[in-house]
Design a binder for this molecule. Structure first.
Ligand SMILES: [Zn+2]
Length: 390
């Protein structure tokens, strides 16, 4: 029995790798050599707890630097991964790859606070989007590297780094996700995407189903039978982080999940979209036993996600032309990441707020995702988690 279970697990894992077409990259720097890295400047520390480079800022720029000798010629992507002990007080993390030791000619990339989340963070950088300073060049030797960390003034925060990896690659994904269960998600989104047999995801609020402007139970049954995920948007759509009683947090999640299960919609009932994207440590604790949680922070998602409880999105900003949304598909395809769109109502005429997106623009985005099917897969949330072995 034990044998068959572990055997089965192995099969699932190799299948997951296959679906992601995962190709291991090369290490650019392990971020673990305490004899190479040193503090170049700033108020704070550079240490190596558990053998990993940790940079702590006490409210001013702190830079760790090392000499090196490598070449990024032909590099497509760089993967960076770091752990934040206190993400709300961190302002900026910046990477430098310099062609000289005086930092006259270098390439740089910065990650600001709005892209930082609690715990492990992971980003894949398109090598062509590194910012060039002076005569910085991918094709010349990189002789010095620097990572600079900056906490807000008067605050202390640290980042601990995993190896920097070059050219890890896998197949990108697109996920069309729709929050709240508005009726146009059936009449417009589901109807149009069915033309291409493309699945999507609706985050359902059970207490709104069958009320004016929302989907009906019959529509949800049809949508689900076509392979769409129905995820949990909680029972009453309350702002979870503002609830004073942690029991209510658990109850809001539990009731939404139980409603989906009771109606035969179990495929994604353990995936939660936090109302308003709002969460705190109590919410994350309640999420320990769930499959995944989705926040409202815009970014391309890496695979597997660094924290399954904090999955990011690409918001369909109502002012955005389809070209902007289409760009997120290109990025996910180039980086081997996930473009997880968040839509609400799909409307005819001009969208007037962030709960709306124009239907003709929406169709152009769907058409584009379909046209890129040789390079990127449109999947459900649960399909994607399956492919990551989560
Ligand atoms: Zn919502």
């Amino acid at each position: 029995m034990a044998w068959s279970i572990s055997r089965n697990r192995k099969n699932i894992e190799s299948l997951a790798k296959l679906q992601r077409s995962f190709k291991k990259g090369q290490i650019v720097d392990p971020c673990s050599d305490s004899s190479a890295w040193y503090k170049a400047y700033g108020t704070g520390t550079v240490t190596f707890p558990d053998g990993k480079l940790r940079i702590l800022s006490a409210g001013t720029d702190v830079a760790a630097r090392r000499g090196c000798q490598f070449n990024l010629s032909g590099a497509k992507t760089l993967k960076i991964r770091f752990y934040l002990d206190n993400h709300t007080d961190m302002y900026d993390i910046q990477f430098y790859f310099s062609n000289d030791t005086t930092y006259t000619d270098y390439l740089t990339y910065s990650i600001r606070f709005w892209r930082l989340s609690a715990g492990w963070n992971e980003h894949i950088i398109d090598a062509n989007k590194l910012v060039v300073r002076g005569g910085g060049s991918l094709t010349r030797e990189i002789v010095s590297m620097q990572i600079r960390v900056l906490a807000y003034e008067g605050k202390t925060a640290s980042a601990t780094f995993d190896p920097i990896i070059r050219d890890e690659s896998q197949r990108g994904k697109v996920i069309f996700m729709f929050d709240d269960g508005w009726d146009s998600q059936y009449t417009e989104a589901f109807k149009y995407m069915s033309k291409y047999s493309m699945p999507g995801v609706i985050a359902v609020i059970p207490t709104r189903v069958g009320t004016p402007y929302y989907v009906t139970m019959a529509q949800l049954k049809e949508i689900y039978s076509y392979g769409w995920d129905l995820a949990n948007h909680t029972q009453n759509h309350l702002d979870l982080a503002t609830l004073s009683n942690p029991m209510i947090i658990e109850q809001e999640i539990l009731l939404g999940e139980a409603w989906l299960n009771a109606n035969g919609f179990s495929r994604a009932s353990n995936i939660v979209a936090y109302p308003f994207g709002s969460y705190d440590n109590r919410v994350l604790l309640a999420m320990q036993s769930r499959r995944a949680g989705r926040i409202v922070m815009d970014d391309t998602v890496t695979q597997p996600p660094p924290d399954k409880r904090l999955i990011k999105i690409q918001r369909a900003d109502y002012t955005a032309a389809p070209d902007k949304l289409i760009g997120f598909i290109d990025e996910a395809a180039n980086l081997g990441g996930v473009c997880l769109y968040l839509f609400h109502k799909i409307v005819s005429g001009a969208a007037v707020d962030n709960l709306e997106y124009n239907v003709d623009f929406f169709k152009q985005v769907v058409d584009y995702a379909y046209s890129r099917r040789a390079d990127i897969d449109t999947v459900t949330f649960s399909d994607w988690l399956d492919s990551c072995g989560l």
